[in-house]
Design a protein around this ligand. Structure first.
Ligand SMILES: *[C@@H]1O[C@H](CO)[C@@H](O)[C@H](O)[C@H]1NC(C)=O
Ligand SMILES: *[C@@H]1O[C@H](CO)[C@@H](O)[C@H](O)[C@H]1NC(C)=O
Ligand SMILES: *[C@@H]1O[C@H](CO)[C@@H](O)[C@H](O)[C@H]1NC(C)=O
Ligand SMILES: *[C@@H]1O[C@H](CO)[C@@H](O)[C@H](O)[C@H]1NC(C)=O
Length: 371
């Protein structure tokens, strides 16, 4: 075999293996207040599970430090109560970056800072401060000569998009759409940042009697589709519908090309009360596996071929109050870090690790056979 043919083969095999998905799949982690895990133990577990990315809902510095020298990228959050302070005082924004970013970056791969989480429902008084707080964090990072961290904020689907049926006619809820979201979209566009949204098909399924559970769980079935009559597009799962509703709402404001990051998604394994009959361990497993399979298939959504840029599964570890009366139960892992059900993060997201290794293995085998 001549060397040109060899390199063509190599190219073909590695591109086939690495183009499995454009979406990075990570997890969220919330520190337990009563019996927190050791940060080093957490980081080691995340590395051993091949999870490429983690969203730290409580971004305390010891947790960030634990991820230094790992290849896990970090999504940090500024707590909601700090938003008005960082908005009105630039030096406080600088101080936040001094404490949470400067000592660790770039050894800790901080990729994103979300200024607030679902501030719209947290407090209508705080929402007007969002943009200014984001600007102050962005400017502080620039003062520190850090340009590669994306600064954004996280919205919650249900508090900004009133309906996802049909996705093509979705719009942001007013008055927040014009007053809060439009200027933020401009900021995101200008700074090459992404639109971050918490998106739970479980909630939409619960709020509408006409949605079959299989449609929410990525199951194929005779009734598991919805047509968007305006665009003529057929949806096979609720997740894609909700993502496209977000993209349509951004398009109305002229920002249809902003990358979308799903900052939280998941399915609870038990509900607040006996009324949540679909909050079961089986369904939470089906949702996770369906989601991972769908994202890895690399098909994107009907309105966006490359799909969402990143997805964070809520949540890595069950919290100690999970499953108690009045609290939903989440978590891929028990508190002792054993898995609740079998699933594989490896081979997805980031570098497409296993696929690439397999391709390299194939090349070696073929070269050996041909020589
Ligand atoms: C991180 O990734 C780089 C480049 O892929 C690799 O050289 C390095 O060994 C990795 N580090 C760890 C701790 O996995
Ligand atoms: C801003 O915060 C700094 C640091 O805490 C403080 O010294 C300063 O007085 C604050 N400025 C205003 C206008 O509140
Ligand atoms: C945004 O990305 C584009 C294309 O990758 C690049 O040309 C531009 O400099 C970036 N802008 C900023 C503010 O990073
Ligand atoms: C971890 O905790 C779960 C739930 O409490 C339990 O079922 C499981 O046996 C535990 N595993 C280990 C290795 O201790």
């Amino acid at each position: 075999m001549n060397s040109v043919a060899f390199y063509l083969l190599l190219l073909l095999l590695t591109s086939a293996a690495t183009s499995t998905t454009a979406t990075t799949i990570g997890v969220t982690y919330t520190t337990s207040t009563s019996s927190p895990l050791s940060p080093d133990k957490l980081a080691a577990k995340v590395v051993s599970m091949n999870i490429p990315s983690i969203r730290l809902l409580d971004s305390n510095p010891t947790l960030i430090r634990a991820f230094a020298y790992t290849n896990v990228s970090l999504f940090l959050s500024v707590p909601n109560p700090l938003v008005p302070l960082l908005a009105s005082n630039r030096s406080l924004a600088m101080r936040w970056c001094y404490r949470h970013v400067l000592p660790f970056y770039p050894r800790a791969k901080i990729s994103t800072i979300s200024v607030g989480n679902d501030v719209v429902s947290y407090s209508p008084d705080v929402s007007p401060f969002l943009l200014r707080a984001m600007q102050n964090v962005h400017l502080s990072l620039a003062d520190l000569r850090i340009y590669k961290i994306s600064v954004s904020t996280t919205f919650s689907f249900f508090n900004i998009v009133p309906t996802a049926f049909p996705p093509s006619s979705a719009q942001f809820q007013e008055p927040n759409g014009e007053v809060i979201i439009r200027p933020i979209l401009q900021f995101l566009e200008r700074t090459n940042s992404s639109f971050l949204v918490n998106l739970f098909p479980y909630n939409m399924y619960r709020s509408s009697f006409s949605i079959p559970v299989g449609f929410a769980l990525f199951e194929e079935g005779p009734f598991n589709f919805r047509d968007d009559l305006t665009t003529g597009v057929r949806y096979r799962n609720l997740f894609d519908m909700m993502v496209d509703a977000v993209i349509s709402a951004m398009a109305v404001m002229g920002h249809e090309n902003l990358p979308v990051v799903v900052a939280e998604t998941g399915w609870p394994s038990s509900g607040i009360d006996g009324g949540e009959v679909d909050a079961t361990l089986l369904y939470s497993e089906m949702y996770l596996k369906g989601l991972l399979g769908h994202l890895r298939s690399g098909g994107g959504t009907p309105l966006r071929r490359e799909g969402v840029a990143e997805v964070y599964v809520f949540e890595l570890v069950e919290r100690d109050d999970d499953g108690k009366r009045g609290v939903r139960n989440w978590g891929l892992l028990h508190r002792n870090l054993s898995s609740k059900y079998g699933f594989e993060f490896s081979g997805c997201g980031g570098g497409g690790g296993n696929g690439r290794r397999f391709a390299e293995f194939l090349v070696v085998v073929m070269v050996c056979l041909l020589m």
